[in-house]
Design a protein around this ligand. Structure first.
Ligand code: URA
Length: 210
């Protein structure tokens, strides 16, 4: 994956995203749509994974058959909304190892502070896919990727549902080696850091909180 930003324009992704954006979409439907879109985005983010081959026997004959190369990939949820993307991706990549990064924003410094960090071993040998539905200011995504790199990750990709230009620019500046896959690049952030037109607070819509 070479481009820094890959906006997935597949008609199914775009249709499902429109349904998710609508303010009247219920929690249950929102959650199901996110699961479905996450599979399509996972397809896209894994499209050029390195391959190897193995000798196998079919009922007919022996053959050299393609397989994914290397260690199982690591899927990292940036809490809490990242969890909404996990089930769909794991349905497609069931053997992925799973980790979680929890960050909150310090009210005084406005900087992200880590409250939870649990990731698979040998991160340096794995493709790491970090997931968070909303790339808004980019502050938490950049901080999460800082932590993953500190833990040894060298091959990281970032999967989100919506991105704002500000977040993409911030990620490109801080982590130019981390490609981003998203369903849409929206117009801007509002004064509170919400993506416009966006879909509101992804965590609240996903979990039915306010
Ligand atoms: N986080 C969200 O959930 N929504 C936004 O619009 C921005 C950040």
């Amino acid at each position: 994956m070479t481009d820094h930003l890959n906006v997935v324009l597949h008609p199914l992704v775009q249709h499902k995203l429109t349904l998710m954006r609508k303010k009247d979409t219920s929690t249950g439907v929102f959650r199901q749509l996110l699961r479905e879109i996450s599979q399509l985005l996972a397809y896209e983010i894994t499209v050029n994974l390195p391959m190897t081959s193995r000798t196998i026997e079919t009922p007919m004959t022996e053959m050299e058959a393609p397989m994914l190369a290397g260690k199982k990939l690591a899927l990292i949820s940036i809490l809490r909304a990242g969890n909404g993307l996990m089930d769909g991706v794991l349905e497609l990549i069931p053997s992925a190892r799973v980790g979680f990064v929890g960050l909150y924003r310090d009210e005084e410094t406005l900087q992200p502070v880590q409250y939870y960090f649990k990731v698979p071993d040998s991160l340096k040998d794995r493709l790491v896919i970090a997931v968070d539905p909303m790339l808004a200011t980019g502050n938490s995504s950049v901080a999460a990727i800082d932590l993953l790199k500190k833990a040894g990750a060298t091959n990281i990709r970032f999967l989100c549902l919506l991105a704002a230009p500000e977040g993409v620019a911030r990620m490109k500046e801080a982590h130019p080696d981390v490609p981003i896959v998203t369903a849409a690049l929206d117009e801007r952030l509002d004064e509170k850091g919400y993506i416009v037109p966006g879909l509101g607070d992804a965590g609240d819509r996903l979990f039915g909180t306010k």
